[in-house]
Each structure stands twice: as structure tokens, then as C-alpha cells.
Design a protein around this ligand. Structure first.
Ligand code: NDP
Length: 316
């Protein structure tokens, strides 16, 4: 494929934001082409049960939901491609993109829905139970419900960790928060709220040595105090990691305005517009606050409608 391909609407990334954008764009006859990216289906493919997406009264597994969204996008003839965009050039009137194989695409409109990736500690045991769906999670709002009436551990000291610890404290009998330094990074008000919650125990200067389990599910956390050297085991069935997210925006940084943590900045709040005309953003690549499948889907819809109006104004 050495010839330059011209497309009307290129969607980069295939989470709920990308698929929703595809469904809207395809139904508006924009003939969208989607590159699925490194993790087809996005973050939801590492989630077990999704119980908070409206329309699924009995819940649905994350991977199954993404299969359904893909099928819905294809039903309206979205061209869904396995592969990823590795380079872009948004400096001129034509938006240029290249796939990992060097295929060059010129797009009238682009919808960026590359998402964000949760950061993990990187311990082998953590990754093992994450892959097994056995009790490791990076999203308390998504998975906390499964641990109601049980004991959980959460790692992190920022606003997300405090917010998620507080969320878990309402469901769980006990939440142990592991803070690696002697202090929180979170804002004072968030930290105070956690400190004042009875069933949250905070362990400062504490690192995770290992996530413990029975081979299928998590049973505890082996931790170590970095000041005293004391080690202990905290029983828990859920091990939550809230040490930040990394938006997948690296390839856009020379052209698209990002904030100091790498999230894409909306040019005009209340729209999906970026600083480049014809380039729109949806989902977690621009959202460090809500990060939900349903909010990503909502902004995917916005991006497709904004792209459609942009094309209409150009007379396409
Ligand atoms: P942050 O980057 O603010 O915090 C990450 C936390 O994780 C830090 O406390 C850091 O520790 C800790 N951490 C990082 N790596 C490790 C590790 N390997 N082991 C143990 N701990 C680790 O991320 P957040 O997701 O909390 O927040 C991102 C942004 O979103 C912030 O600007 C935040 O204010 C904002 N936000 C706002 C909310 C609100 O206002 N309601 C809610 C959620 C987020 P250390 O401090 O030691 O570096």
C-alpha cells in the first residue's frame, strides 16, 4: 500500500469513544476508517464485568461489550482496521497520518480516541492477578462493587487514590491505603477526607513487596515499611492501584495542545475541538476527571457531530 489514501474521517483508537464516534460518523455517511490501535477495544478489555453502562441490566463483560460496539460500528460500514497510527503531521491544510507499516493517509477530519493507560506497579504478581481478573484493578468506580463487605488495599497518594479510597470505604469493611512517602500528594481537602474516614487505615512510607493470592484470586498484600524495614501481610480480596494514568497522546504532541500531564486540551470547552481545525478528541485522551466508558461514549458522539458540522461548513 504505497499510494496515499484519502479518507473523509479517520478515527484513531477503538475504545467506547472511538466506536461511538464511528457509529455516528458512519450513520452520517462520513465513511469513517478506524485504526484500532495497540489494544483493540481499549481499557475495557482488561475489565471484568461492566455493570454501570446503561442498557445492560444484567451487566456485560468488558471484552464482550467491545465486540458488540465493534459489530455496531461495522453494521454501518465503518472500515475497522487492525493496526496503529505511529506518526502524524497536522501542520498543513491536509491532516496526514502514517500507519506502523508506513501507509500514508490524508484525512479531512480526524477523531483522536487513543485513551489513556492506567499505571501499574509492575510487580509480576500484580500483573498475574490483573490478567486473571482475580482482584487487581485500577478503577474503584468500575470494580469496587465486587468487593462490598470485604477488605481492600489501595496504592497511591494523589487525588485519584484519595477519591477511590473514599469510594471503596463506603462499600468495604476496611480499606488500607499504601502511601510510599511520608505525605500525601493529594490536595489537603481530599487527604483530610480520607484521614477522617473511620474504616480507612493509612500506612505511610509503605511499599508493596508482592500481591498475594491462591493462584486464582487475591488474598492479601505483602508490604514493607521503607523507614523501619518492618514487613507485614495485609489480608484483602481487592488490590487497587491508583498511581496515575498516562494519556496516549505522544504522537500528537508537536501539533496538538496538551496540558502539563499530556492530556489533550479542548480548544473550546463544551465541544470536542482541539487547536487544529478538523481534528477532534473524544474519551480519556482528554479526560483525567471522569474516565468512564459512558462519558467516553458521550464525547465520541460529540466528536462525530463536530466533525460532521466541520465537513458541512467546508461544503463536503
Ligand atoms: P498523581 O500523579 O497526582 O498521583 C499519583 C500518586 O501515585 C502519587 O501520590 C505518587 O506518589 C503515587 N505513585 C506513583 N507511582 C507509584 C508507585 N510505583 N508506588 C506507589 N505510589 C506511586 O495522579 P492522580 O491520578 O491522583 O491525579 C492526576 C491528576 O488528576 C492530578 O492533577 C489530580 O489533582 C487530578 N484529579 C483531580 C480529582 C478531583 O479534583 N476530584 C480527582 C482525581 C484526579 P508520590 O506522591 O510519592 O510521587
Amino acid at each position: 500500500m504505497s499510494e496515499i489514501e484519502k479518507v473523509n474521517c479517520l478515527i484513531i483508537g477503538s475504545g467506547p469513544a472511538g466506536y461511538t464516534a464511528a457509529i455516528y460518523a458512519a450513520r452520517a455517511d462520513m465513511k469513517p476508517v478506524m485504526y484500532q490501535g495497540m489494544q483493540p477495544g481499549g481499557q475495557l478489555t482488561t475489565t471484568n464485568e461492566v455493570e454501570n453502562f446503561p442498557g445492560y441490566p444484567d451487566g456485560i463483560s468488558g471484552p464482550e461489550m467491545m465486540v458488540q460496539l465493534e459489530a455496531q460500528a461495522k453494521r454501518f460500514e465503518t472500515d475497522v482496521r487492525f493496526g496503529f497510527i505511529t506518526k502524524v503531521d497536522f501542520s498543513g491544510a491536509v491532516h496526514k497520518c502514517w500507519t506502523e507499516e508506513g501507509h500514508e493517509i490524508h484525512a479531512n477530519t480526524i477523531i483522536i480516541s487513543t485513551g489513556a493507560s492506567a499505571k501499574y506497579l509492575g510487580l509480576e504478581s500484580e500483573q498475574k492477578y490483573l490478567q486473571l481478573g482475580g482482584g487487581v484493578s485500577a478503577c474503584a468506580v468500575c470494580d469496587g462493587f465486587f468487593y462490598r463487605g470485604q477488605e481492600t488495599v489501595i496504592v497511591g497518594a494523589g487525588d485519584s487514590a484519595c477519591e477511590e479510597a473514599h469510594y471503596l470505604s463506603k462499600l468495604c469493611t476496611k480499606v488500607t491505603m499504601l502511601v510510599r512517602k511520608e505525605e500525601f500528594r493529594a490536595s489537603k481537602i481530599m487527604a483530610e477526607r480520607v484521614k477522617n474516614t473511620k474504616n480507612i487505615e493509612i500506612l505511610f512510607s509503605t511499599d508493596t513487596v508482592e500481591v498475594l493470592g491462591d493462584g486464582n484470586v487475591v488474598t492479601g498484600a505483602h508490604v514493607k515499611n521503607s523507614k523501619t524495614g518492618e514487613e507485614k501481610i495485609i489480608p484483602c480480596t481487592g488490590f487497587f492501584v491508583a498511581i496515575g494514568h498516562q494519556p496516549n497522546t505522544e504522537i500528537f504532541k508537536d501539533f496538538i495542545n496538551l496540558d502539563e500531564t499530556g492530556y489533550i486540551k479542548y480548544e473550546q470547552p463544551g465541544t470536542s475541538k482541539t487547536n487544529v481545525a478538523g481534528v477532534f478528541v473524544a474519551g480519556d485522551a482528554a479526560d483525567k476527571t471522569y474516565r468512564q466508558a459512558i462519558t467516553a461514549a458521550g464525547t465520541g458522539c460529540m466528536a462525530a457531530l463536530d466533525a460532521e458540522r466541520y465537513l458541512a461548513a467546508l461544503g463536503h
